[in-house]
Design a protein around this ligand. Structure first.
Ligand code: TXA
Ligand code: MG
Length: 319
């Protein structure tokens, strides 16, 4: 056990956080999507601590976070498509997988031995200030224990990782609420590896063509493994009615008059609001002890694609 300090975001927490990262420690920090668990991406030893703290069973490749495109270009090669997407959406909830540079300083462990690299410039003032203070690329998966839902509040991070990491920087609730959209730009192809906080339609508008969801190639983004986001309760999706003993994850007020424990992702049917509420409501419903969570149907356009993806995985059978 180590002592985990949870500090409000501010100049001294940021300076200290940067120092801890440079010294090989672990710092959890807010991004606009979810809280990340950061380590110096150039140090295999520091990155190994992430896996230990999260109890991640296998070495998935991690996203290297940078404060701007210029620093991301130190590690990855940006072709025309990647550059256009970075120009349009960074800082923001988009991760780009591009070929790694020859002498890429990001450790093999962070890249899981691949010759590509996942890079992201987050749109959160605390994250950007921490990245600048650290002065190194920061590898950061979501700051939860493996198999748990992603944290959108500092309290969620403490609940999962207290005693296992050096510091949590509390920057309040995250705005987007689901992880970044991951797009690979490799061999002239641009494909969607993970739907997320940036809607596919926006990416396609900037590219001027459609993206392919690479079905059956989920191995390339292990975040797509079936039971990744797992509440303890079982999930019943696209519910058109609610059973007596079920808790309810509602959308658009469909089940507004039920007596059961119920959270409405967005009473007005706003998908952005729903994404922001998703993981916190899953945790809250789980905490009621209900065995089954009935989930109202949610439209699949825009951010609905990422919400549906996370719910489907939360509903997947576990071992
Ligand atoms: O919003 C987010 O993306 C958050 C915040 C903290 O930035 N991070 C996050 O990281 O969700 P994580 O580790 O949970 O998901 C990273 C995903 C994994 O599914 C991983 O397989 C994929 O990125 N990935 C990383 N490098 C890759 C590569 N070279 N090729 C394909 N997929 C890669
Ligand atoms: Mg995760």
């Amino acid at each position: 056990m180590i002592e985990t300090r949870c500090l409000p975001a501010g100049p001294s927490a940021l300076a200290e956080g940067g120092q801890i990262l440079r010294a090989g420690g672990l710092v959890a920090f807010p991004t606009e999507t979810v809280y990340g668990l950061g380590a110096d991406a150039t140090s295999g030893q520091a990155v190994a601590k992430i896996y230990a703290a999260k109890e991640r069973p296998e070495f998935n490749p991690l996203i290297a976070h940078c404060p701007d495109l210029a620093s991301a270009e130190l590690y990855g090669l940006f072709g025309d498509d990647a550059r256009r997407l970075a120009d349009a959406f960074w800082p923001g909830p988009l991760t780009l997988v591009v070929p790694a540079r020859q002498n890429c300083a990001v450790s093999d462990l962070a890249r899981a031995g691949l010759d590509s690299i996942a890079l992201r410039v987050p749109a959160h003032p605390v994250a950007l200030a921490l990245l600048r203070a650290a002065g190194v690329p920061v590898a950061a998966p979501s700051a939860n224990r493996s198999g748990r839902v992603s944290p959108t509040h500092a309290g969620h991070v403490m609940g999962d990782l207290d005693g296992r990491i050096d510091m949590v920087i509390d920057g309040g609730a995250t705005e987007v609420g689901v992880e970044s959209t991951i797009v690979s730009c490799l061999n002239g192809k641009v494909s969607l590896l993970r739907p997320g906080g940036l809607a596919r339609e926006e990416i396609e508008r900037v590219l001027g063509r459609t993206l392919d969801l690479r079905e059956g190639e989920t191995i390339n983004a292990p975040g797509l493994l079936a039971s990744h986001y797992a509440p303890n309760a079982r999930m019943r999706l696209d519910a058109t009615h609610v059973e007596k003993d079920e808790a309810v994850l509602d959308f658009g007020g469909r089940f507004a008059d039920v007596q059961q424990a119920s959270f409405d992702l967005s009473p007005t049917g706003n998908l952005k609001e729903a994404a922001a509420n998703l993981f916190a409501f899953l945790r809250a419903l789980d905490a009621t002890g209900a065995e089954v969570i009935a989930v109202a149907p949610i439209p699949h356009e825009g951010l609905g694609e990422a919400i549906g993806d996370r719910l489907t995985r939360a509903a997947a059978p576990r071992d």
